[in-house]
Design a binder for this molecule. Structure first.
Ligand code: UDP
Length: 258
């Protein structure tokens, strides 16, 4: 799906040839679904776990935020008459199921992981404590952030932006299903939609591009956090991004003093 483009000349920062030292990977719940209409596909979860471990094995401190669209979306339940805040809490709990599934798959291939949850579920995950998350990353554990921000009316995109900033990740790596980056329309319905290799956070907000919700984009813009958007359909794309290959879309805001 994704067309390889010229490799950029980014300087490796980690011993494994990666161009990042610490990243936050954002996956939607659908990334775990594979061909299934709902829930998780064990093969897909295994493939993703292997890709994430591969990134970590390059020496990149790796944090992950997963959504829950494969199980539950607060907005959809609200549309069917449920109270919005209650539906959102259910959505956050659904992310915990995905996090435990991914944790299990990662541990099964020898990775060390911790799930840190924004909603207390102390029997299955640690509570989210920022300094602890950073310590886990420094100790070489893959940190999986569960339960979004812990607040209704937000999304896991906002959780990704918030946690990435809190732990000092250099970038959000946003893996997408069914699309290899950002387009100026929906390529699934508009054959004339153009691929956008790079844009600023403000352009993404002003043009209403469906990449991340506006709260998350604003948070990234205000804090100069770049977002790398790429497709997950071809195996190995996360690794290619981490190795500095110029694929997908980069959303960033030039620094004023630059
Ligand atoms: N959610 C929430 N607050 C958060 C994160 C998530 O209320 O901080 C709820 C919300 O209902 C959302 C659901 O959890 O619809 C699942 O998250 P999301 O829709 O972001 O999942 P994705 O689309 O990434 O699979």
């Amino acid at each position: 799906m994704s067309s390889p483009q010229e490799s950029d000349l980014a300087t490796p920062l980690a011993p494994g040839g990666a161009v990042f030292k610490r990243v936050l990977l954002k996956l939607s719940g659908e990334a775990l679904m594979g061909e299934q209409p709902y829930g998780m596909s064990p093969e897909k979860v295994e493939t993703l776990a292997a890709e994430i471990k591969g990134v970590h094995d390059r020496g990149v401190e790796t944090a992950v935020v997963i959504g829950a669209g494969n199980i539950y979306r607060g907005m959809e339940a609200t549309a069917e008459g449920m109270d919005r805040a209650t539906a959102d809490y259910a959505g956050m709990l659904a992310t915990v199921l995905n996090c435990l599934t991914l944790q299990d798959a990662l541990e099964g291939i020898g990775a060390h992981t911790r799930v840190l949850s924004a909603i207390t579920v102390s029997e299955v995950a640690e509570p989210y404590i920022r300094r602890r998350a950073i310590r886990h990353l420094e100790k070489g554990r893959i940190v999986i952030f569960a339960a979004g921000t812990g607040n209704p009316f937000f999304t896991t995109d906002t959780a990704a932006a918030l946690r990435a900033l809190e732990v000092g990740a250099e970038a959000i790596l946003m893996g997408k299903n069914g699309v290899d980056g950002v387009y100026d329309g929906d390529p699934a319905v508009d054959p004339d939609a153009s691929f956008l290799p790079e844009l600023t956070h403000l352009e993404a907000i002003e043009r209403g591009l469906k990449v991340m919700d506006t709260t998350a984009l604003t948070l990234c813009m205000d804090n100069g956090l770049p977002i790398y958007v790429f497709g997950l359909d071809d195996p190995g794309t996360i690794d290619r991004v981490v190795a500095g290959e110029r694929i997908g879309t980069i959303i960033s805001t030039p620094r004023r003093d630059a």
